[in-house]
Design a protein around this ligand. Structure first.
Ligand code: BGC
Length: 768
């Protein structure tokens, strides 16, 4: 029996009570079984960067433990890899661990846009850009689901802060939703088909995401073709019946005794059609069936291999922000001393707190890894320098570190955010490193100019106040259980940095586009910066930043050349494609990886558009002297904006700027391309303006004919007075009909609207 007929025959046998029970979990992590019909319960578990399978006494926020599992780099790190193949490999490993532990669905990836550096959960999210988030989110889904384990793409939608997250209403206009906050979900859903999507806690424009029919049904299912199950975030349902009607299939955890009773009453009183319930139940059964379809025996896990992958992945995620005089990689000679300073070198911080917190199988310590990685007769000396549970200055620790720095050849300072600074559940109030760390840094620099900083933080920290003290800065994010090993590999040159910033590093918090509106107040957060999130905002305002989106250095160098474009097809025929090719050469002395980024701008747009937007990227690996060709393909959607007038994506014909670069502000090759597209239709009615009527060929002909001309051919009324037309061109024609001497009357307007709509019908093949 195929899955669909199995689901419908089960549906026919279920009682109303059983159906209601299936739309709620049976406990924190399981769906409800129906033993009578052999319907098993399946288990779901967090989380995006490692499995967090909790024992029975679940608390869901990571306080009680979970089974040991590989803690891979968190999303903020994976986002910086710009490497979908790598993310997919991590997903495969995560899927294997889930299968081995009998978990049917992994609750991730989380792809919410990093709207502000302050969001407490930024470490769980990939990027400030929807293309990067969508591509990498899709890769994670592909990886996990390739193992017969489902995913839950979360948190849908506009969940970009922790402040008041269970109640706040994100006030976002539709264009901004479509272009920024939904676009990554759209890509991941359409390209990777997650088994489930998790709705967010918050409201979107006044309606809880869990009750949002437009989000959960119109957009997700009707437009994007999602055929999986929608699950609530844990505790996101407030009205079970309204949520069912909107398209929310499974409530977690079960609000037992309340939600099932509400469903039963609603069906019995006719308030809820049983068919709506059946649809949700069918989706739950389909999910259970998908999980059961994997009949292969659970894999035997190789913890060492997964740790190795975690280490390689962490190395790919680190972003080398600066490297003056090629201070890195370190090249210690026999007899040298490397001063490793900072408690984080000994007590690593490698993941964030909350529901994603993994119980690692083991943890690499950077200090030990450096000690075992250096050549003989090189001393790796350590001083803690500061305490991590306090921002208070400890003079004894600082003095010891400064003395060590003074006698070493080179200093590596491990700095970062204390665990208490960033977590699920609350937002940060600033983006600074603790004062005891930055104060120490300036003294270390006075003692030794050969100073490199290694950072551990989940969301960007301000570096403008202190980066002048460091010749090199390596941003390692929260990079999972092997972060310490990866840091040693990078510092000693066993690995070559290839991460790129997935979010802009601003000079100050006050510069961030969302600053004036984050995190809102009185239950509302207004997304006032609109589409100008992250680099889209900094670039539009021409604001200096510490390091731009897409930035990251390597121990080698790359040159770009020979950008060619080739346009085929026509937009109006539906087959327009723009092909771009360029060549990238490794011009340095080491094998390394570069991320080639393609940005598109539409300077002639009739609506406000970002200066440039990332549309594609490719990570390439090259030997010294090696050259490779990189190809990109753009479709009309990549050139379009969301038009709230057309209620659709609109490609405006004209000149586009295409730029290939090594960051959003390091554009190496640029070109312009003229792309023809018919103007979008304008609805010509009585409220359309004189200019709009005249801009439309049919409208203009009809209007000119109606107004008429004198014997010399000069148009009558307003059409004969060009000066006045400039002033009143933006008046609706129904208003102009009320002005004497303009040659228009209300009956004429009526007839014109009638004529133009009939001509529209005729050109679209008739009204029938
Ligand atoms: C989080 C989700 C998580 C769920 C289950 C919620 O509080 O927002 O991301 O998957 O808990 O732990």
């Amino acid at each position: 029996m195929n899955s669909r007929s199995k689901v419908s025959s089960l549906l026919a046998e279920l009682t109303l009570e059983e159906k209601a029970s299936l739309c709620l979990g049976s406990d924190f992590w399981h769906t409800a079984p129906v033993e009578r019909l052999g319907i098993p319960a399946i288990m779901v578990s967090d989380g995006p960067h490692g499995l967090r399978k909790q024992p029975e006494e679940a608390d869901h926020v990571g306080i009680s433990g979970s089974v040991p599992a590989t803690c891979f780099p968190t999303a903020c790190a994976l986002g910086s890899s710009w490497d979908p193949q790598l993310v997919q490999r991590v997903g495969v490993a995560l899927g294997r661990e889930a299968r081995a532990h009998g978990v049917a669905v992994v609750l991730g990836p989380g792809i919410n846009i990093k709207r502000s550096p302050l969001c407490g959960r930024n470490f769980e999210y990939l990027s400030e850009d929807p293309v990067l988030s969508g591509v990498l989110g899709a890769a994670m889904i592909h990886g996990i689901q390739s193992q017969g384990v489902g995913t839950s793409l979360k948190h849908y939608a506009a969940n970009n802060q922790e402040t008041d997250r269970l109640r706040v209403s994100a006030e976002v206009d539709e264009r901004t939703l479509r272009e920024i906050y939904l676009a990554g979900f759209e890509r991941a859903v359409t390209q990777a088909r997650p088994w489930t999507v998790m709705c967010s806690y918050n409201k979107v424009n006044g309606t809880y995401a869990s009750e949002h029919a437009w989000l959960l049904t119109t957009v997700l299912r009707d437009e994007w073709g999602f055929d999986g199950l929608v699950v609530s975030d844990w505790g996101a349902v407030h009205d079970r019946v309204a949520a069912l009607v909107a398209g929310l299939d499974l409530e977690m955890p079960p609000n037992l005794g309340v939600s099932d009773a509400a469903i039963l009453t609603a069906v019995r009183t006719g308030q809820l059609e049983e068919g709506v319930l059946d649809t949700a139940v069918a989706r739950v059964l389909q999910l259970i069936d998908r999980a059961a379809a994997t009949t292969e025996p659970p894999p035997v896990l190789d913890a060492d291999a997964h740790h190795g992958l975690a280490r390689a992945a962490a190395a790919e995620c680190a972003v080398l922000l600066k490297n003056e005089g090629h201070l890195l990689p370190l090249r210690p000679a026999a007899g040298d001393t490397i001063a490793v300073i900072g408690e984080f070198a000994r007590t690593p911080r490698y993941q964030g707190a909350g529901s994603s917190q993994v119980n690692p199988t083991r943890v690499d310590v950077a200090l030990e890894e450096l000690r075992s990685g250096v050549p003989d007769q090189v001393e790796v000396a350590f001083a803690a320098g500061y305490g991590i549970d306090t921002t208070d200055h400890d003079e004894e620790l600082a003095a010891e570190a400064v003395a060590l720095a003074g006698r070493a050849e080179v200093v590596v300072a491990f700095l970062g955010l204390p665990a208490a600074d960033e977590s699920e559940g609350f937002d940060r109030s600033h983006m600074d490193l603790p004062a005891n760390q930055t104060a120490l840094l300036s003294r270390l620099a006075d003692a030794n100019a050969n100073l490199a900083v290694v950072l551990a933080n989940g969301s960007v920290v301000r570096i403008a106040g202190w980066e002048q003290h460091a010749r090199a800065v390596l941003e390692c994010w929260l990079s999972g259980q092997a972060a310490g090993g990866a840091a040693a590999d990078l510092l000693l040159g066993a690995a070559n940095p290839s991460g790129r910033l997935a979010e802009t590093l601003p000079l100050r918090l006050e510069d961030t586009p969302s600053y004036l509106n984050f995190p809102g107040e009185a239950g509302h957060v207004r997304y006032g910066e609109g589409i100008f999130v992250g680099y889209r905002g900094y670039d539009k305002l021409d604001r200096d930043v510490s390091y731009p989106f897409g930035h990251g250095l390597s121990y080698t160098s790359f040159e770009y050349a020979d950008l060619t474009t080739n346009l085929t097809g026509r937009h109006q025929d539906g087959d327009l494609v723009v092909n771009l090719t360029c060549r990238v050469t490794n011009t340095g002395g080491r094998r390394g990886k570069d991320v080639v980024q393609l940005y598109v701008g539409d300077p002639q747009a009739s609506v406000a558009r970002p200066t440039r937007e990332l549309k594609a990227f490719a990570k390439v690996e090259l030997d010294p002297g090696e050259t490779t060709a990189v190809h990109f393909v753009l479709t009309p959607r990549d050139l379009s904006y969301w038009s709230t007038v057309q209620n659709d994506w609109v490609l405006e014909g004209g000149e586009f700027e295409l730029a290939v670069g090594a960051s959003s502000r390091d554009l190496r090759l640029t070109t312009t391309l003229d792309i023809a597209a018919p103007p979008p239709p304008v609805r010509l009615d009585a409220m359309a303006t004189l200019q709009e009527w005249l801009a439309d060929p049919t409208g203009s002909t009809l209007l000119r004919k109606a107004v008429g001309a004198d014997a010399t051919g000069r148009p009558n009324g307003i059409l004969g007075n060009e000066e006045l037309m400039v002033v009143v061109g933006n008046f609706p024609i129904s208003t102009l009909a009320g002005f004497p001497g303009f040659g228009l009357t209300h009956p004429m307007v009526h007839t014109l609207v009638d004529q133009v709509s009939r001509s529209d019908e005729a050109s679209s093949g008739g009204a029938a």
